[in-house]
Design a protein around this ligand. Structure first.
Ligand code: ATP
Ligand code: MG
Length: 514
């Protein structure tokens, strides 16, 4: 017989009959197993004394001893020494007891008078292996129990009649209930009637699957809480539902915060759109009035008056640009802007943006160039919105590049994306400002330099690009220049209602700090 034991085995024979004890003591040294020591005890108490002082791998245990009778002998020894393997030895006409002993934790049993050196060795070998497996299983179970008990989520288990049979400490905390409240409690009673109805309609149990849902539960003090539940249905080998496991998280605070944020956003957006619309009309009137006076329609004006009116006109234009930007951003943020996704030619769009910005580049004395790759593929995007992205990036590049500097825009086709780069040789962006430049109203503090703007351009760029499922990256070096790169997927899928917190996160990840 092959044995895998690395250590010699120590065996304890617990047997009150001299004949049986002697037989075992004679047989064991002849076994092919690496047995190094065999000791014996005539009673259970004598066995306890030996087990207290020595390590034994296996106990060969007669159940009928002077100081202990029947299965109780096994129970007492295995409770006191749980790591020792027990081979129970029963009388010839008592084989039922052997089987019962197995169900009570013995690893193997032998019938007196019917074993030989071979069967005895096999039984010892088997008992040791079985104990090892049991120990491993116990360890795994202990690990799972630790996770189960110490989880910061409530975990519950129900039986086939939808009653609670097991739960962890956190469940009691979550529901404000104790073990007595929960034991065999119908799960139905933990939900408001209408919520239970919804869970029933999902038919989780019948479909036999995992299910994730947000619902409400009732605490012991009748307080109703919002919860997020992951349910798994348990089935036996015949496919019959035997219960379910629920992992429950309290999301009451999150729900409250969401509600509050939604309300604040609604109020904010209502306020912004009212104020902006109220500003637009009088601004239009001022602009028209100034234009009429400037054109001399209502009388001749002198040069000084003209200068003042031109100054007023420039400021009115700035103000109406600002109002437009705020309205745009508010509409984009509220998901009220739907993209007009069409198959478009990026070359045409780039040329249009280039033409729009060429005069301001010239005015600033900045060299402005457009580089296009041949045969750029047509792709689906909203051309007005992409022009808005480009004019914002180009206006920044021109604005933050001193005279004689260079600004260029180019487009390329790279793997599955359309890549547009706006580069300049301007003042660059300090590293510490990079994570914030796409925030609304954020402007880099540049002492001694008066550069106009409100800090909305990049916020608009970011929203539009994200709505196209694209991304923006920025590479910059203070005093050397900046390159903004826009990646648009060629597939042109659109996600019109991207929540802003999510877009912010994606974008932060996309920032390349140089
Ligand atoms: P607005 O676009 O609303 O008129 P703005 O240009 O200041 O105002 P954004 O376009 O949002 O605002 O840009 C935010 C900040 O990022 C700018 O204030 C600027 O400091 C910095 N920035 C953006 N582009 C560049 C660039 N190409 N070079 C240097 N700094 C830049
Ligand atoms: Mg700008």
């Amino acid at each position: 017989m092959k044995s895998d034991f690395t250590k010699p085995l120590k065996i304890l024979v617990v047997e009150d009959s001299l004949v049986d004890r002697t037989l075992l003591q004679e047989l064991l040294p002849k076994s092919p197993l690496p047995i190094s020591e065999v000791k014996s005890a005539e009673s259970l108490n004598a066995a306890f004394e030996l087990l207290d002082k020595n390590h034994f791998d296996v106990v060969l245990l007669d159940l009928h001893l002077p100081d202990s009778k029947g299965l109780d002998t096994l129970v007492r020894i295995s409770e006191k020494y749980p790591r020792v393997s027990n081979v129970v030895i029963t009388g010839k006409y008592d084989s039922d007891l052997g089987l019962k002993a197995i169900t009570q934790g013995a690893q193997e049993y032998l019938i007196k008078g019917s074993y030989n050196i071979d069967t005895l060795s096999k039984s010892i070998n088997y008992a040791i292996e079985r104990k090892k497996v049991e120990c491993k299983l116990q360890l795994t179970e202990e690990r799972y129990r630790t996770i189960f008990e110490n989880s910061a989520v409530a975990i519950t288990m129900t039986d086939e009649q939808e009653r609670l049979v097991s739960w962890n400490k956190f469940t009691e905390e979550l529901l404000g209930m104790n073990g007595e409240d929960l034991h065999l409690r119908p799960v139905k009673s933990l939900y408001p009637a209408e919520e239970w109805e919804k869970i029933r309609i999902y038919g989780v149990r019948q479909k036999g699957m995992q299910y994730h849902l947000e619902t409400k539960m009732i605490k012991k003090n009748s307080e109703v809480i919002d919860v997020d539940i992951s349910l798994s249905v348990l089935k036996n080998s015949e496919g019959k539902t035997t219960g379910s496991i629920g992992v429950i998280r309290d999301i009451t605070d999150r729900k409250k915060a969401e509600k509050k944020a939604k309300k604040t956003m609604e109020i904010e957006s209502q306020f912004i759109s009212t104020v902006s619309h109220e500003l637009r009309t009088p601004l239009g009137c001022i602009k028209e009035g100034v234009d009429i006076v400037l054109d001399g329609v209502v009388g001749k004006i002198n040069n000084k008056q003209k200068d003042f009116l031109n100054l007023a006109k420039r400021n009115v234009d700035r103000l109406s640009d600002l109002v437009d930007d705020i309205l745009d951003l508010q509409k984009l943020g509220a998901g009220r802007t739907k993209l007009d996704m069409q198959e478009n030619d990026i070359t045409r769009v780039l040329v249009e943006a280039y033409k729009t910005m060429a005069s301001s580049a010239k005015k600033k004395g900045v060299d402005f160039s457009l580089k296009l790759e041949d045969n750029l593929p047509k792709t689906r995007f909203d051309s007005d919105k992409v022009i808005q992205v480009l004019t914002n990036l180009l206006s920044n590049a021109i604005k933050f590049t001193p005279e004689h500097g260079q600004v260029s825009v180019c487009a390329q086709h790279e793997s599955e994306e359309l890549v547009i780069r706006v580069s300049d040789t301007g003042m660059g962006i300090p590293k510490k400002d990079l994570p914030k430049i796409f925030d609304k109203f954020y402007r880099v503090y540049r002492p001694g330099k008066q550069i106009q703007g409100t800090g909305l351009g990049l916020a608009i760029v970011k929203k539009i690009v994200m709505m196209h499922s694209g991304r923006v990256e920025v590479e910059t070096e203070v005093g050397q220049g900046t390159t903004f790169t826009v990646f648009l997927p060629l597939a042109g899928k659109s996600i019109p209602d991207v929540p802003s917190a999510e877009t912010d996160k994606v974008l932060e990840n996309n920032l390349v700090n140089n």
